[in-house]
Design a protein around this ligand. Structure first.
Ligand SMILES: Nc1ncnc2c1ncn2[C@@H]1O[C@H](COP(=O)(O)OP(=O)(O)OP(=O)(O)O)[C@@H](O)[C@H]1O
Ligand SMILES: [Mg+2]
Length: 344
């Protein structure tokens, strides 16, 4: 291929690539910048023969480029910078014996990777914290027992009960985490079969009658006579109703009401779980489906919650291509609704 042909190809590559490129000569002046670079570091009136300091204002990058230019015989160098709320990885390469070219600078936007990294770090910190709390109690209580506490039968029994409760909590946390991780990695097999939603809602609500009665809450369900079904995984959908009912009862004070209703409209089966409980402040509503997010951490933990229930609900509804809605007024109550396309 002739030089002209090669240049056309190289130009097309530089124009289209999702990596910024800046070429500097031996005086630290720009010879070329590709569109991606100019998008990240906008320069008015072109870059040609402008000093690097006029193009790049980032102090970390400027210093690195300056040092690099002084010592051009060296090897390439990588740094990370934060510019205008975005993160970039910068790769500097010296060019030896190539006419006027002295340095190539490659710029990659790594903002998304950074975000994922932060989410991962937060996640590990959250899990460790949630496991540490019950574990510390188990350790404390068993040490007290071993130190002589077990000689008293009453104390022994009471402490063992506490230990058992905390161990149950840890087991639940791990179960929830495994469920979430399987849902997120699409490993969970979703059995798709017709599910009678009316029947599912009725049986699940029945299972909560005792819990509601013990707390002085009335629970009622309202279902049309007509049979309606959706295509989905019965066990998973049951888990959605369980998690939503569990919340409705947990976050409703004694004397309150919880009701479940299901109906069909426009080819969608909609299930509403309504409570007259404490409600959720509107600022918190967009966040309650995040893993570990709780409006009132202390209260939720006292009630045995880990903040994973709604994250699981969200994923299950997602794999069923359904919709999820929340309406809530602090002090008045909340309604969580989900809809799934009906099947004949
Ligand atoms: N019906 C509700 N009324 C008021 N607040 C609610 C209701 N449902 C959820 N919340 C708020 O949303 C948060 C997240 O709910 P989620 O079910 O994910 O966690 P949790 O109930 O705290 O713990 P877990 O479900 O893992 O036991 C709760 O901590 C609570 O603050
Ligand atoms: Mg919950």
């Amino acid at each position: 291929m002739d030089t002209m042909g090669k240049n056309v190809i190289l130009e097309a590559i530089a124009r289209e690539m999702q990596t910024g490129v800046l070429v500097l000569n031996g005086d630290g002046k720009a010879l070329y910048a590709n569109p991606f670079f100019l998008n990240s570091f906008p320069v008015e009136g072109g870059v040609e023969l402008r000093a690097v300091g006029e193009i790049v204002k980032n102090p970390v990058l400027l210093k690195t480029v300056g040092d690099f230019m002084k010592n051009l015989g060296g090897s390439s160098e990588d740094i990370e910078i934060n510019e205008g709320g975005r993160f970039f990885s910068v790769h500097l390469v010296p060019i030896k014996d190539r006419g006027d070219f002295k340095m190539l600078l490659f710029l990659q936007d790594i903002t998304e990777e950074k975000k994922v990294e932060t989410i991962k770090k937060d996640f590990v910190a959250n899990v460790s914290h949630e496991l540490r709390t019950p574990l510390a109690s188990i350790k404390g209580y068993s040490e007290t027992l071993l130190d002589g506490g077990m000689d008293d039968k009453e104390i022994l029994k009471e402490f063992l009960r506490v230990i058992d409760r905390h161990a149950t909590r840890m087991a639940r946390l791990i179960d929830d985490l495994l469920t979430l991780s399987r849902l997120e990695s699409h490993q969970m097999t979703i059995v798709s079969a017709p599910v009678d939603i009316g029947d599912l809602v009725l049986t699940t609500a029945k299972g909560f009658e005792k819990q509601a009665r013990d707390k002085g809450i009335t629970i009622s369900s309202e279902l049309p006579d007509k049979l309606f079904r959706v295509l989905g995984d019965r066990d998973r959908l049951e888990q959605v109703v369980v998690n939503l009912l569990d919340n409705a009862i947990k976050y409703t004070p004694s004397g309150g009401k919880v009701s479940v209703s299901a109906f069909i409209s426009d080819g969608w089966v909609k299930v509403d779980i309504r409570d007259t409980g404490i409600g959720i402040p509107s600022d918190d509503i967009p966040r309650i489906f995040e893993r570990f997010y709780r409006v009132d951490k202390a209260r939720s933990r006292d009630l045995g919650g880990t903040g994973l229930g709604l994250a699981i609900v969200k994923h299950i509804i997602q794999v069923h291509n359904g919709r999820l809605q929340v309406e809530s007024t602090p002090g008045k109550g909340s309604t969580f609704s989900f809809s799934i396309k009906s099947c004949p």
